[in-house]
Design a protein around this ligand. Structure first.
Ligand code: 7TS
Length: 405
């Protein structure tokens, strides 16, 4: 069992008051807070062994390289992969763009890509680039409860399909998609499978040997780590075949006047001086989550999510969007007659931070026929008391707008 009260002691920011109230941070799907173990790790690097990596034959450079590559090893283990299968990028968005630019070079007119209607913009917009080349972008639908319409997806995956790219967990609906099954559907058709793991890797055990998908993208900042670090996992043979997207120093083997050859994976994707400090900080975030245990993280969030849905569902005028049986800790909702930005503003007055807006999922908003939504999302340091405050806050919004009665 997670002891959230104890965990909170590691997060200095959670002691903050907002509008004279104790901060209740319920915007974890956007970004999570950072424990002092991560902050200290970054400070320690700058205070004691700041140097460039992979080049200097001096002590500081050796220490920095060891810590940077150490984080890669920890990340690999975290998703049950090999170190050489882990590429450090800037964020999930960049990881997916590496694949989309590669697809832009290799796919041809008549080829097809399948995504779903519940994707974040970063798993739709990069693939739209391929439409210029005559590639068709197919969008799988969802059912009423917010679960993926797997039959529809299956019908869209044909011999023409080259890539199936799907969110493991939706940042809006919370839905956890059956990515193992999706991987099988993709592979049966000879397509590759890409998982957007931005909302799954931080919240549940993810094992790439079991899931057997070809690529996985996720972000450090959504799992207690610093901003500016993302991960692209790729099966070894797959990564070898992907063309690097950024070119320059550190990603080459040999350079001649007119040509160059690439470094081995994963370094061929890490051109130039990387974000060394934050990769090292990310390693500390992975250590922190391992100490809690990802099964425990998942259990804690399941409990909070169930509690939130149970408390919110009976409130008249409140609609929860996304009630799939398998779901993570993002709870999106609307209140009749109230714009989500007004909900978020009133809650902010109570010290409660939630997200409002289109959630970077405009095609999904259009499908749900809503302009925007409000969303509460949970993590390891959240407590039922904070959900109780959210409920009181929602009642206050209703009172101000005289709605739902
Ligand atoms: N994919 C999903 C499913 C996401 O939730 C997000 C970010 C991304 C990709 C992009 O991640 P990034 O690190 O590259 O920005 N989601 C959100 C959100 O829900 N609110 O703010 C960011």
């Amino acid at each position: 069992m997670i002891n959230a009260m104890k965990i909170r002691e590691d997060f200095p920011i959670l002691r903050r008051k907002v509008n004279k109230r104790q901060l209740a941070y319920l915007d974890n799907a956007a970004t999570t807070q950072k424990p002092k173990q991560v902050i200290d790790k970054i400070t320690d690097y700058y205070m004691n062994y700041n140097a460039n990596i992979h080049r200097g034959i001096h002590k500081l450079s050796e220490e920095a390289t060891e810590a940077y590559e150490g984080s890669r090893g920890k990340t690999a283990k975290f998703v049950n992969a090999q170190s050489r299968e882990i590429v450090f990028t800037k964020n999930t968005t960049e990881s997916l763009n590496i694949l989309a630019y590669w697809a832009f070079r290799t796919l041809k007119k008549g080829d097809e890509v399948v995504v779903s209607i519940m994707e974040h913009h970063s798993n739709i917009v990069p693939w739209q680039m391929l439409i210029e080349k005559g590639v068709k972008l197919n969008i799988a639908g969802i059912r009423k409860d917010g679960s993926l319409d797997i039959k529809n997806l299956q019908s869209l995956v044909t011999k023409k399909t080259k890539i199936v790219s799907i969110a493991h967990s939706s940042n809006v609906l919370g839905t956890i998609n059956p990515v193992k099954e999706i991987g099988r559907i993709a592979h049966d058709a000879g397509a590759i499978c890409v998982i957007d793991g931005a909302q799954s890797v931080p919240h549940m055990p993810v094992d790439m040997k079991t899931l057997d998908c070809d690529f996985l993208a996720f972000s450090s900042h959504k799992m207690l780590g610093p901003t500016g670090i993302g991960v692209l996992y790729g099966k070894e043979d797959m990564l070898k075949s992907v063309t690097p997207f950024l070119r320059g120093g550190d990603m080459i083997k040999e350079v001649f006047q007119q040509t160059a050859s690439w470094n081995d994976i994963p370094w061929k994707f890490e051109a130039g001086t990387p974000n060394i400090a934050d990769v090292i900080g990310f390693g500390a975030a992975v250590d922190y989550l391992n100490k809690i245990g990802m099964k425990e993280v998942r259990k804690h969030e399941e409990e909070l999510t169930k509690y939130a849905i149970k408390k919110m569902s009976p409130i008249s005028g409140v609609t929860i969007h996304g009630l799939a049986a398998e779901r993570g800790g993002a709870v999106s909702f609307s209140i009749d007659g109230v714009h989500p930005h007004d909900i978020a503003t009133i809650l902010d007055g109570e010290g409660i931070a939630i997200r409002s807006g289109h959630m970077c999922a405009q095609p999904l908003m259009a499908h749900l026929n809503v302009p925007a939504l409000a969303r509460a999302s949970f993590y390891v340091y959240n407590m039922k008391e904070e959900i109780d405050r959210l409920i009181v806050g929602i009642e206050k919004v209703k009172k101000i707008f005289k709605t739902g009665r």
